[in-house]
Design a protein around this ligand. Structure first.
Ligand code: NDP
Length: 459
């Protein structure tokens, strides 16, 4: 068994040492999960629903504690962290309605009755990244549990604390022991074992496209189900007929939220050429106004990057000769601080094509609607994006033409637990959230029952 020091990214202080689970530990947890799942799936739907509502209530009673842990472990501003903990509660509450609504179908056929059942898969492995540890975990475990599965959850090495606490709260809420096991450890050990363990019937993975590809390839060996939520390089398209002041004022929050460590970050701002100069004039004060600092302070809008290694990766996109238009402020001294940065990169530049996952945005002019769509789609990714225009027809035309799973018009909203979330192209496979998410944790079983034609026959 190995262990890992968890660091506060705002102070570089060690918060805690977390024991890592090894392969034998994963196998034990999967065996316990398989046993707990059989009991869980046999419970009356109303009892599973009640258990999930209890879990939501216990999370609600611990919002402050969970938020404080995320502030310390991930450097999220306190307001964001409270929202995230509240979101976990809401996701649990939303999917608590699912056990009583997974009703299958009755399909008209000749000679009898045909019904479908939504059978749980068994044990589901959820692998989460470090950018939104709590919320992304809940998007996996809540619908999976609601559909009658057990869950083994591997948090990212850098940010395990809130997930570990959620695992404890599940037990406190009365969920059967072993039904939701949180297993901190290395991706190459715990994550890989989820992929290779035959009793883990599905892997839900969120993280980089490179690792997601590896997970998918490994899962293929057992025809294991996967949901993948991967990277993004989303466009924020600003047309000349929009409310330019609002588009410029909100653009920093569409990319710098969570210090840009967001798969939905609108990290390519595309601006119609005839309003480009005016947009940049408006963007500069908006970027310089982003409050970067102590994540525990209620005034803070952006905290530090998650780790030293990640700080170095983000910094590599802003070398000394980078085309910096302007930058915001960030604290000096200890902590992995990075000032919001605006680049006027060219189309072929690495900063314009690669996912930076930090507070660095590129701005590029475009000529017309067709040009905007072509640039927006000129990427292997397809997760998210925004379209700013006051022309409804254009809004709909461009929304249909941009190859991305989550678009917003005149806003930067991506995630609501009631609506589906996921990516086109190399941004992922499958959808999370929304009313259908529990179905992706089930197999459809079709049963035909022959019905005798008259009372006399086999009655
Ligand atoms: P990874 O994709 O490597 O990590 C995501 C999760 O997968 C972590 O829990 C990680 O564990 C785990 N993992 C790593 N290797 C394996 C494996 N072989 N099998 C199964 N699970 C594995 O992302 P990084 O943390 O390395 O971040 C790299 C880049 O990926 C970022 O800079 C960003 O561009 C992108 N990214 C995108 C995210 C998104 O939301 N779409 C989220 C995070 C990153 P461990 O922590 O132990 O490495």
């Amino acid at each position: 068994m190995t262990s890992c020091e968890v660091i506060n990214p705002a102070t570089e202080e060690v918060l805690r040492t977390v024991e890592f689970v090894d392969v034998e530990g994963v196998d034990d947890a999967v065996a316990r999960a398989a046993s707990a799942q059989r009991t869980w799936a046999r419970l009356a739907p109303a009892d599973r629903a009640a258990a999930l509502r209890s879990f939501a209530a216990v999370v609600d009673a611990h919002i402050d504690e969970l938020a404080a842990l995320e502030v310390a472990n991930s450097g999220h501003p306190i307001g964001n962290a409270e929202w995230e903990a509240g979101h976990v509660r809401d996701v649990l509450q939303y999917y608590a309605a699912a056990p009583e609504r997974l009703s299958g179908k009755q399909i008209p056929v000749a000679g009898g009755l045909d019904v479908t059942f939504n059978e749980p898969l068994g044990v589901v492995g959820v692998i989460t990244p470090w950018n939104f540890p709590m919320t992304i975990a809940a998007w996996g475990f809540a619908p999976a549990l609601a559909a009658g599965n057990a869950v083994v959850l591997k948090p990212a090495e850098w940010t395990p604390l809130t997930s570990v606490r959620l695992g404890e709260l599940a037990v406190e809420a009365g969920l059967p022991e072993g039904l939701l096991s949180v297993l901190p450890g290395r991706g190459s050990v715990v994550g890989e074992r989820f992929v290779t363990h035959p009793a883990v019937r599905k892997v839900v993975f969120t993280g980089s496209t490179a690792t997601g590809t590896r997970v998918m390839a490994g899962a293929a060996a057992q025809v294991k189900r996967v949901t993948l939520e991967l990277g993004g390089k989303s466009a924020n398209i600003v047309f000349d007929d929009c409310d330019l002041e609002k588009a410029a004022a909100t653009a920093p929050y569409g990319v710098f939220d969570n210090a840009g460590q967001d798969c939905c970050a609108r990290s390519r701002i595309l601006v119609q050429r005839n309003v480009y100069d005016r947009f940049m004039e408006l963007l500069e004060p908006a970027v310089k106004g982003v409050v970067v600092g102590d994540p525990a302070s209620r005034d803070t809008e952006m905290g530090p990057l998650v780790s030293k290694a990640h700080w170095e990766k983000v910094s590599s996109f802003v070398p000394d000769d980078a085309p910096v238009a302007f930058r915001g402020e960030a604290p000096a001294g200890r902590g992995y601080w990075f000032a919001p940065t605006v680049l006027t990169a060219q189309r072929a530049d690495r900063a314009f094509t690669e996912e930076i996952f930090g507070p660095v945005v590129t701005v590029l002019p475009f000529d017309d609607e067709a040009d905007a769509i072509a640039i927006a789609n000129d990427t292997a990714y397809g997760l998210s994006g925004s379209i700013w225009t006051d022309n409804l027809s254009r809004a709909l035309r461009v929304s249909r033409a941009v190859e991305a799973g989550n678009l917003s018009v005149n806003s930067h909203s991506s995630v609501r637990y009631t609506t589906p979330f996921g990516g086109f192209k190399q941004s992922g496979l499958g959808r999370e959230l929304g009313p259908d998410a529990p179905l992706s944790f089930t197999e459809t079983k079709n049963v035909f029952i022959a019905v005798a034609e008259s009372i006399g026959e086999n009655s």
